[in-house]
Design a protein around this ligand. Structure first.
Ligand SMILES: [Zn+2]
Ligand SMILES: [Zn+2]
Length: 251
């Protein structure tokens, strides 16, 4: 099968919120942006020379509004089915993220108090329910969906056979993509240690590049060093009993 090309589809700003187009034998889309961005993504797919009706699948990385906000609309526009992990099904059916948000820092604490945090999206029922590692060869792409729980219980990443990892919010860059190249936590994680465990399993898969929901691509080596330092920080917080986990979301 031909190598898969990964193309960022900016939904907000240059890198603040990204969806992705994966081009193999057939195209698939990973993530669907904020509510109301279906047409924007649809236009960008066409601008890359792809007939949007050829899109074979829309993979949603997790149950946060900035990733599934336009999933239903994009599915109608392209005719493509939606794949999403069963553990975030509640968010997809309700059209809103699981609550409460557990901030990872100042930005998250600020955001959690704004009305944006309670924004809703059109609900959807996934056509393909992900329960474990899932190969995408049936959809024409040399890649697989990997469960990477922690950010939410149903978080997944897509790893292409040539090493591109489309990682959703497994890791981000500071201030939603404003600082390039530097790894950072996204504003929230339901289970910070769980997410870090998922992130630290990634090097074993030999990724060559990390494509994130918020920010420009990251170098896996740099992410690995950041993750090791983050582990020490979280272990210290946990030892002092200062690490909250969203038990309701991590069922
Ligand atoms: Zn998220
Ligand atoms: Zn996000």
């Amino acid at each position: 099968m031909s190598p898969t090309k990964v193309i960022a589809l900016p939904v907000l700003g240059r890198h603040a919120v990204n969806a992705y187009l994966l081009l193999g034998r057939h195209p698939i889309i990973v993530d669907a942006g904020t509510p109301g961005s279906g047409r924007l993504i649809h236009r960008q797919v066409a601008a890359h020379g792809v007939d949007p009706t050829d899109v074979r699948l829309i993979v949603i990385t997790h149950g946060h509004i900035d990733h599934f906000g336009s999933a239903a609309e994009l599915s109608r526009l392209t005719g493509a089915p939606i794949a999403a992990h069963i553990a975030d099904l509640g968010a997809y059916r309700a059209g809103r993220a699981g609550q409460p948000y557990l901030p990872t820092g100042l930005f998250g604490r600020f955001f959690a108090r704004t009305s944006k945090a309670r924004e809703t999206a059109e609900p959807f029922e996934p056509d393909v329910l992900i329960r474990g590692e899932t190969h995408l060869s049936d959809f024409g792409v040399a890649a697989r969906i990997m469960p990477t729980p922690g950010h939410t219980a149903g978080s997944v990443s897509v790893l292409t056979d040539n090493g591109d990892l489309v990682a959703g919010d497994l890791v981000a860059t500071p201030l939603l993509g404003f600082v390039k190249g530097r790894p950072a936590n996204p504003p929230f994680h339901d289970d910070r240690l769980g997410n870090l465990a998922s992130l630290r399993e990634m090097p074993a898969l030999g990724p060559t590049k990390l494509h994130v929901g918020h920010g420009a691509p990251l170098d896996p080596g740099r992410v690995g060093r950041w993750a090791a330092a983050e582990q020490q920080r979280l272990d210290r917080l946990a030892a002092r009993g200062r690490l909250r986990t969203n038990e309701t979301a991590v069922a």
